[in-house]
Design a protein. Structure first.
Length: 92
C-alpha cells in the first residue's frame, strides 16, 4: 500500500480546490437570493394592504426578482438614492 503524502499537490487536490472555490460562491449567491425573497415576503405579509398592489407604506421596487409594485394612485418613493434597495409606496 502506498503511503499518503499530505503535503504533495496533485491534480485531484487542485480539482477539489477549484470545486470548493466555485461551490462557495454558488451557495453564497443562492443564500442571498433566498434571504432577499424571505425578507420581501415577510415585509409584504406584515404591511397592511401590501401584496398584489401595495398601498401606503408597502415595500416596492428594487433590483430583485418579482419586485413588488404599488397599487393605482400610489408611486414608489426611494428610501435612499440607491434604487437597488427599493422604496415604499406613497400616495400620488
Amino acid at each position: 500500500m502506498k503511503k499518503i503524502e499530505w503535503n504533495k499537490v496533485t491534480w485531484y487536490s487542485k480539482l477539489a480546490a477549484v470545486i470548493v472555490f466555485v461551490a462557495t460562491f454558488v451557495v453564497a449567491f443562492n443564500l442571498g437570493v433566498f434571504s432577499e425573497e424571505v425578507h420581501i415576503e415577510t415585509a409584504l405579509s406584515t404591511v397592511p394592504g401590501a401584496g398584489l398592489g401595495g398601498t401606503a407604506g408597502a415595500h416596492c421596487g428594487g433590483f430583485i426578482r418579482n419586485a413588488p409594485t404599488c397599487a393605482a394612485g400610489y408611486h414608489c418613493q426611494l428610501k435612499v438614492s440607491n434604487p437597488d434597495t427599493g422604496g415604499i409606496c406613497v400616495r400620488n
